[in-house]
Design a protein around this ligand. Structure first.
Ligand SMILES: C[S@@+](CC[C@H](N)C(=O)[O-])C[C@H]1O[C@@H](n2cnc3c(N)ncnc32)[C@H](O)[C@@H]1O
Length: 257
């Protein structure tokens, strides 16, 4: 579906604006992704910009997760998806509490013999915006991203204190001042994503944080492997020491004779 056609339908629906919708659309048109994951869809506006690009590519699907309460939105993701004929592209998941619980199920479903097979090419995170929720979401998503896949964080600079919709809510007023004032997504990006050994090509631009999963990340040696190697080296060292000791004793015995 062409961008101008989708804009006509989505332009007045919160939350993503036309400018960012266009960036998402163009990125997906170029990258030709097979499977996209989205955390936080609200009405499904960002989901539909992405789905329009996939439809134009003639390839790809989206799994997107929000809370049960998203069903009550007007319009909701079903209304938009039906109107635009995106039902075969978009699979919404409604979490009782949090997308992290649903991500646990996706990790579990894709775990074979103790190893999680990555399934997604791109993940757009625009959900809780908190250190506690999205910090964990990042590590779960990392397990599910294929080598070379991209992750995009919305609202890098966003704070609860500056949010017109939330700043006066009970829940925000109860928050510690530091949590209210801190751009928590930025902390996740700078302290978790940028320091993670599997990510490169990091970029912050216009409130968005981009990162790409390394293609050579399989070469990353898991700590358990390092410990196994240390033990293996230790055993070899002990064997060598034992052999040298025996050899020395034999030489000494011979020289005494
Ligand atoms: C800013 S809105 C998403 C907007 C959408 N991406 C767009 O641009 O059209 C954030 C959404 O994240 C959802 N959300 C926040 N925390 C969540 C959590 N822990 N689990 C599931 N959904 C969550 C909210 O219900 C809300 O609908």
């Amino acid at each position: 579906m062409k961008f101008n056609d989708i804009v006509m339908i989505l332009k007045d629906i919160p939350h993503i604006g036309i400018e960012n919708g266009k960036i998402l659309y163009d990125f997906i048109r170029v990258k030709k992704f097979n499977h996209i994951l989205e955390l936080g869809f609200a009405h499904g506006t960002s989901t539909c910009y992405m789905a329009a690009a996939l439809k134009e590519n003639g390839l790809g699907v989206i799994t997107t997760i929000d809370r049960d309460s998203a069903k009550e939105r007007k319009p909701n993701i079903f209304n938009l998806s039906e109107k635009l004929n995106f039902e075969e592209i978009i699979t919404p998941i409604f979490a009782e509490k949090s997308y992290n619980w649903e991500l646990m199920k996706i990790v579990e479903k894709n775990t074979i013999q103790g190893k999680c097979t990555p399934v997604f090419d791109f993940c757009y995170i625009d959900g809780a915006h908190t250190w506690e929720v999205d910090g964990l979401a990042f590590f779960l998503v990392e397990k599910l991203l294929k080598p070379g896949a991209w992750i995009l964080f919305d609202d890098i600079e966003w704070t609860f204190e500056q949010s017109p919709a939330l700043k006066d809510s009970k829940i925000v007023k109860k928050m510690p001042e530091e949590e209210r004032k801190t751009p928590q997504v930025k902390k996740i990006f700078n302290l978790l994503v940028s320091q993670h050994p599997n990510f490169e090509n990091l970029k912050i631009s216009k409130g968005w944080g981009w990162a790409q999963k390394r293609t050579d990340h399989e070469t990353y040696i898991a700590p358990s492997k390092i410990i196994e190697n240390i033990y293996a080296n230790q055993i070899i060292k002990v064997d060598i020491v034992r052999y040298l000791k025996k050899f020395r004793e034999r030489v000494l015995r011979k020289t005494r004779r």
